[in-house]
Design a protein around this ligand. Sequence first.
Ligand code: 13P
Length: 288
Amino acid sequence: MSIAYMKPMLKTAQNGNYGVAAFNMIDYNSARAVVDGAQEMNAPVIIQLSVKTIKLWGFKPIGDWVRSLSNDVDVPVALHLDHCTDLDVIRGCIDAGWTSVMFDGSALPFEENMRQTKLAYDVATSGGVGLEAEIGAIGGTEDDKFVSEDDAILANVDECIEFCKNFPELAVFAPAIGTAHGVYKGEPKIAYDRLKEITNVVDIPIALHGGTGLTGDQFSRCISSGCAKVNISTMHKLQFIEGFTALKVEKPTLGEPIPFISAQYDLMKQGVMEMISLFGSEGKANKV
Ligand code: 13P
């Protein structure tokens, strides 16, 4: 199947009360684990990229990897750009075959965020791809961005209404609701009431950032309140490392690299399948 568009995928998930898992891929092996895990679960899935990862591999190799993996399966695989503030990177992704992109203006004052999001919205819309945009400030570390607990700000409901009125064709909206990127240090303080207040007045599917470390119950509550895209980056990255290092500890003298690549793949694929099962998207591939 050719690379899928994220917007219809998420609208169907929102209407069907399940979440589509979005994993931040690292390399070809990790993309392969995501696509194969989704295929085994017969689930739609999103592969997304942090800007740093694109800078390492380049637009074209990533586009080619995901296209060829997607062509080999019969589940929908969308290719998405995660948090980005640079319109040139957004254009590069669209040219290389990404089907959606995120512009993250959340560090800017609200009016300036809207002004710059409009530029990205126009680039995405004229390129025929979907856009994700964020307001409020999600805590934690993602790519090169760090937001401390004190600086994390819940999205304001009136601002959500105004923002989304200006961007009716958003593929997915990312209001900060108390979750955080990276490993949680204490109990996550998810603002379920705020999420409900937002989804009562905004009909765009919501992206749940900071998925690593949340429980099944926390995922379910967020998904049943309108979160249709669930982001998992840290868990996938840790499994990429753990798959390799666990085998190294078990067989310290092993000098053949392929078993290490297989161990990474197996662990990441298992994580992908567990998340798909938790988010309720198993068996939903044909709905999109
Ligand atoms: P985690 O760091 O919790 O996996 O969150 C990922 C994310 O939201 C990417 O945008």
